[in-house]
Design a protein around this ligand. Structure first.
Ligand code: G3P
Ligand code: CA
Length: 241
């Protein structure tokens, strides 16, 4: 079962910052999950919300800020009283760093609220530029982004994210539409649903696993991967088995 650090090791470090990614590596994660959007001037940036307000000391929409404006914001404003400065990273900066590691990256395309033209294309171009094709998978709650990803690169693995309400016959559906992974919320999942996905050759990566009970169940059910805010805990558990 692969351990993906959710927004980096965001349980103890500011989410979607290079610090949280570096600490995910330190925690011996297998991979990192992060969220991407486009800046006003068309750069791929790593940030979860469409607004910068919750996670940074700025305000307004991500898409109304240029890359340099985003890089001037403190994405660690909620961490240790905001005393340390950790900017919003560019996807390019992340790829340059991760290329020097063995980490896998799950890139979640945030396109459900704002659809960014060419976000999928720019993400794929950056992946290619850094030679990361064999160490990434793309996921999105907006399945149009997955269709566009497959149109641009049919061999790029894609994970179908679904909300807490879940999805019936997920394994059949995900395979039928040509994708490789199902990314359900833990609350919607069961051993039978994992087995149905596996019967169709579909891998199951589950979000967001932050309790021991959920961790143990995912492992017992044979899930392929989990997203967790606490990769060091998941690593200690998996290594103890
Ligand atoms: O990819 C799993 C998880 O990150 C999806 O939800 O809101 O944390 O991006 P969210
Ligand atoms: Ca995410």
């Amino acid at each position: 079962m692969k351990i993906y650090a959710h927004r980096g090791a965001c349980g103890f470090y500011p989410e979607n910052t290079m610090l949280a990614f570096e600490m995910a590596l330190e925690a011996k994660s297998d991979g990192i999950e992060l969220d991407v959007q486009l800046s006003k001037d068309g750069h791929v940036v790593i940030i979860h919300d469409e607004m910068v307000d919750r996670t940074t000391d700025g305000s307004g929409r991500v898409c109304d800020h240029t890359l340099s404006e985003l890089q001037a914001l403190n994405a660690a404003k909620n961490w240790h009283g905001g005393k340390a400065f950790h900017p919003v990273p560019s996807f390019d900066e992340y790829c340059a760093w991760v290329a020097k590691t063995a980490l896998v990256t799950n890139i979640e395309i945030k396109s459900s609220i704002i659809y960014y033209p060419e976000l999928e294309k720019k993400v794929l171009e950056t992946i290619k530029a850094y030679g990361l094709e064999d160490r990434v998978l793309i996921s999105s709650f907006n399945h149009l982004s997955l269709i566009e990803t497959k149109r641009l690169n049919p061999s790029m693995p894609c994970g179908v994210l679904v909300p807490e309400s879940g999805l019936v016959n997920a394994g059949f559906g995900v395979r039928h539409f040509g994708f490789e992974y199902f990314h359900p919320a833990y609350v919607s999942l069961s051993e039978e649903k994992v087995a149905e996905c596996h019967a169709h050759g579909i891998g199951v990566n589950v979000w967001t696993i932050n309790t021991m009970e959920a961790l143990e169940n995912c492992h017992r059910w044979g899930c392929d991967g989990i997203f967790t805010n606490y990769p060091e805990v998941a690593r200690a558990y998996v290594d103890s088995l």
